[in-house]
Design a binder for this molecule. Structure first.
Ligand code: SIN
Ligand code: MN
Length: 213
């Protein structure tokens, strides 16, 4: 479903079996040897999610990607598993786009989790100019996702993201503002035994653009 040029929503893209496997993988990752943490952004505010970056780390102080978490504990970002890269590639392909992700930002939203309106614009000038998409996968509780325009003050559309949904924004939609205004507790499929929501966003940084060119 194309909801705007370059923005595609695939409701229930993942079967419940794939959601289950992904939920288990996310749970293990956020409490693994390199655990998720609550980033403090440049202005000093604490984010309202627990974040774990795979592949490369997004530094919440510098808004740049790096190999180790220098804004937190100095631990290296865990690798991005091949099957996740393949999943992101497959979803982008469904939207008619190409993505060779080297980064996945895994966020966990508890019942009070949210994320303010922002653009994803730190992947680098090559990636952004090429309109290489961000692929987002949601698992667990339903989110009220806000999708705006290229300017902060543009009108905002509300999209419901449910467990198993995939959302792709690339090309002319790549720099659209977006955020999450709320999570609806207890809406995750019962089979997942998950309270809260995981969101994975896959991105291709300039590092990966250079490597593949
Ligand atoms: C993000 O913008 O990085 C996360 C979006 C979401 O949680 O759906
Ligand atoms: Mn984002």
């Amino acid at each position: 479903m194309e909801i705007a040029p370059g923005a595609h929503l695939f409701p229930r893209y993942l079967t419940i079996e794939r959601q289950h496997a992904l939920a288990d993988q996310c749970r293990a990752a956020i409490d693994g040897t390199v655990p998720a943490y609550v980033p403090i952004v440049r202005g000093g505010g604490r984010m309202h999610v627990r974040m774990l970056c795979l592949g490369r780390h997004w530094n919440a102080q510098t808004y740049r990607y790096e190999t180790a978490r220098s804004d937190f504990d100095g631990l290296p970002a865990p690798p991005l598993p091949l099957e996740l890269r393949e999943l992101a590639h497959e979803i982008a392909e469904h939207a008619g786009m190409n993505l060779d992700a080297d980064v996945c930002i895994l966020n966990y939203y508890a019942a009070d989790g949210k994320m303010g309106l922002h653009q994803d614009k730190d992947e680098g000038p090559l990636s952004l100019a090429a309109g290489i998409p961000v692929v987002s996968v949601s698992i667990g509780d339903t989110a009220r996702f806000l999708f705006g325009g290229l300017k902060r003050r543009d009108p905002i559309e509300t999209i419901t993201l449910e467990s198993g949904d995939a959302f792709v924004f690339g090309g002319p939609a790549r720099l659209r503002y977006h955020g999450v205004s709320r999570i609806t507790p207890d809406t995750a499929p019962r089979e997942l035994a998950l309270s809260g929501r995981f969101n994975l966003t896959f991105r291709q940084s300039d590092e990966a653009c250079r490597a593949s060119s």
